[in-house]
Design a protein around this ligand. Structure first.
Ligand code: PMP
Length: 443
């Protein structure tokens, strides 16, 4: 793949010399080579985030304030919040930023037990265990759940933390076509027969891994169909809700709530606190037996310093707001707002002629650029007009499927959205990425 890229860059040089040179530096970075002098679109330094989802970027030549359309701050909790912030400050005073201890050695505070109860209740599972990092939650848990002699069947676009965890587990890994239940069934049939009892199979254990909302595609998982297949073949379901928990569903409980799936049918529920809750860390929720087993066997639980107390307090407080336990309707308003904002933004982009991936209700919306040479042009021109977007390229996507990935937040106002749509539309014309005819504007 590396040599393909090296062959590819010179072909583009003739087309968009300046931009591809910048991109090429970035790609080199993906392969671990030095990027120290790269004047590209990915390493701006943020001086501060503000409550209205703006961020102040410190660039080499100037400092600018821009609307943040790239953050996973789906509900706007990654900002000063009237309910969360005072409690977080209090927890900082009481416990300090770090427990400086592992969970089993004095690193379990009252906040940690409260958090685990709060998460289990929120995701509607009997028990939960939390970790200091979302990435580690996947990569450290999978090797404990399954090993040699086991089979993992993973969606082809699952996150890198899942890929790493699956590889590290030593289990056989098979991939099924992204979000395609019929292909999942085909892969399952290659290994087991329908209704075959678990004890009569050539595999010690079989786990199917999917995500609630795919972060590079903005798509909702076809969970009802996938769960039905997994039940039919008696295999375990592992669901990563990093982008869906807190962000979708009537009460923010994620894709199960949104798509009408009983959480009892999802054996292992994973999620992160770094998006909707504006904090750090990740969780696994499941049966009491499973969680107890993980707590006593997972090295990342036994040997790592526990999640920071203020981070834990932030999550507990955010969940209370979401559920209305703060005594206000702010949580419900946030949930209604993110849904409204997402559906409005997606339909406006489509009307302008952009190719937008993903489903309604998903706050993640990739705008297709295709040609990677368009990445720096798109992101820089948006940034120069004070709109910050995230662009995604190989190896996070296939080489010729580059995209800008917009993340919508409940903290965006209608005016924010309208202004940024105008910017994106102008830049889209300049860069040539409106692949469909625009819908005529209503008079
Ligand atoms: N799972 C998915 C699906 C993700 O998108 C991410 C990161 N965005 C992670 C896990 C890792 O989470 P974190 O960034 O909280 O470490």
């Amino acid at each position: 793949q590396a040599s393909n890229l090296q062959g590819y860059a010179p072909i583009c040089l003739g087309l968009e010399d300046f931009y591809i040179r910048r991109l090429y530096l970035r790609i080199q970075d993906c392969f671990g080579r030095p990027i120290a002098s790269a004047p590209d679109a990915w390493f701006d330094v943020v001086e501060r985030y503000s409550n209205d989802n703006n961020k102040t970027l410190k660039r080499t030549t100037k400092t600018s304030r821009c609307l943040n359309l790239g953050s996973y701050n789906y509900l706007g909790f990654a900002a000063s919040d009237e309910y969360c912030t005072p409690r977080v400050i209090e927890s900082l005073r009481r416990f300090s930023p770090s427990t400086c201890s592992a969970r089993v050695d004095g690193g379990t505070t009252t906040l940690h037990t409260e958090l685990e109860e709060c998460v289990a209740k929120f995701v509607q599972k009997p028990a939960a265990v939390v970790f200091g990092m979302g990435y580690v939650t996947n990569s450290a848990i999978l090797p404990v759940l399954i090993g040699k002699g086991g089979l993992i069947i993973s969606d082809s676009l699952n996150h890198n933390s899942i890929v790493n965890g699956a590889r590290g587990s030593g289990a056989t890994v098979q991939v099924f076509q992204h979000n395609t239940p019929s292909h999942l069934e085909k892969v399952l049939r290659e290994h087991i027969a329908e209704g075959q009892p678990r004890t009569h199979r050539p595999w010690k254990k079989i786990i199917v891994i999917v995500e609630g909302i795919y972060s590079m595609e903005g798509e909702l998982c076809k969970l009802p169909e996938i769960v039905a297949i997994c039940k039919k073949y008696k295999v375990y379901v592992y669901l990563d809700e990093a982008h869906s928990i807190g962000a979708v569903g009537k009460s923010g409980r994620g894709v199960c709530e949104l798509l009408g799936v009983d959480t009892a049918d999802v054996d292992i529920m994973m999620g992160t606190f770094t998006k909707s809750f504006g904090s750090c860390g990740g969780y696994i929720a499941g049966s009491r037996k499973l969680i107890q087993y993980l707590k006593y066997t997972c090295p990342a639980h036994l040997y790592a310093t526990s999640i920071s107390p203020p981070a834990a307090q932030q999550i507990i407080s955010a969940v209370k707001v979401i559920l209305g336990e703060d005594g206000t309707s702010r949580g419900a308003q946030k949930l209604a707002r993110i849904r409204e904002n997402s559906n409005f933004f997606r339909s406006e982009l489509q009307k302008m002629g952009f190719e937008v991936l993903g489903d309604n209700d998903s706050p993640v919306m990739p705008i297709m650029l295709y040609n990677p040479a368009k990445i720096p042009a798109f992101s820089r021109k948006c940034l120069n007009q004070n709109v910050a977007v995230v662009t995604v390229a190989f190896p996070a996507t296939p080489l010729l499927l580059a995209r800008a990935r917009i993340c919508i937040s409940a903290s965006h106002t209608k005016e924010d959205l309208i202004q940024s749509l105008e910017v994106i539309s102008r830049v889209g014309d300049m860069v040539g990425i409106k692949y469909f005819p625009a819908e005529p504007k209503k008079q």
